[in-house]
Design a protein around this ligand. Sequence first.
Ligand code: URA
Length: 210
Amino acid sequence: MEKHVHVFHHPLIQHKLGIIREESTGPKEFRELVNEIAKLMAYEITLDLPLTDVTVQTPVAKTTVKRLSGKKLGIVPIMRAGLGMVDGILSLIPVAKVGHIGLYRDPETLEAIEYYAKLPEDAGERELIVVDPMLATGGSASAALTAIKKRGAKNIKFLCLISVKEGIDRIHQDHPDVPIYTGAIDPGLNEKSYIDPGFGDAGDRLFGTK
Ligand code: URA
């Protein structure tokens, strides 16, 4: 299967990413920008949604217009940081259903352990956009994708703000069917597995917990 990584080069996405990387950007602005970037990314990844013709009556005449042809979408944030991208995407696609996946890292084994999972009942019929701002080692993202597929999902896109090659390779290896969409591919990880230069702990910066 062809490996798919798409990097968004849109100037607005790149500009806003540059601002959230700055240490001095506080939680309010950080949150707003993460949602704005997620919305712009959602606009780009929905460019190929199928349309259908329907007839409507304008105040003047009957005419044929385009409507989305009923493709069902879903957003699945990986908690906690993925939550920061949901509202931005929903503002563009308000009919999307939202599932949630929660994972924590076992401090002994470093394995990603699932603590919460709730997906739309018809997950198997939906195109799911799994979101997490950072794709670092790929350990949690891969475990989240496994958990989501276990519940029937077949058609999944992975959307992140920034990534590194290590995480991309991990997803390609474990989930070759899942295309990755990212705003940047950073040079690497530091000794604490933070993306370098990255933008620090995405959850802490979103929720002001540090
Ligand atoms: N998760 C984060 O929040 N930040 C990183 O740099 C890597 C993973």
